[in-house]
Design a protein around this ligand. Sequence first.
Ligand code: 5RP
Length: 219
Amino acid sequence: MSKQDDLKRAAAEAAFDYVREGEYLGVGTGSTVNHFIDVLAERAPEIPGCVSSSKATTEKLRAAGFDVVDLNSAGALGVYVDGADEANAHLELIKGGGGALTREKIIAGAARTFVCMVDASKRVDLLGRFPLPVEVIEMARSSVARSLVKLGGEPELRPGFVSDNGHPILDVHNLEILNPIEMEDAINALPGVVTVGLFARRPADVLIVGDAGGVETVK
Ligand code: 5RP
């Protein structure tokens, strides 16, 4: 495992403390989440099942022996565990590097507690160094791209990519995100936007940071 993988694994182990036996668990997408699923498989908590944010996560959870149910059947969701591409001091996030931002935002919004795991390289003062993913309806991708340019960004169509929902993603480079909530609202308001990967209106409740010196938990 690479050094960064070790940090992701350490964060995933710490996130396990938030799993509540007897409750459905929301599970995100990405390499950090894959470590978390490995931890779940090893420790086998007594949970009725999981709500998954992507086809890839569903496959990995099922292979590990966990039942995966639709969010509609899970009732009120307790804990959602996911990774992120960037996190600031207010636990506002950029997500969607893996393209699962829409289902991730739905599950984060439905969960009582959103636990986010990152390695230390993802902590930033200002969000936006990581290109901001925006999932769009195909027919709107050019018009949304022009509006994103007006907001100061440089959108780029993610090549050869279609989300689990059947939509393309624009990755927006060099966007100055001074006010993440305002930017999230402005991009959400563009006709044809499915989801913007800014998680500011619903930030994480707990940020678990894997660092060389150990794991830090920020609330
Ligand atoms: C997927 C995501 C991921 O959480 C994010 O891209 C981080 O991925 P990784 O854990 O592989 O670094 O938002 O849509």
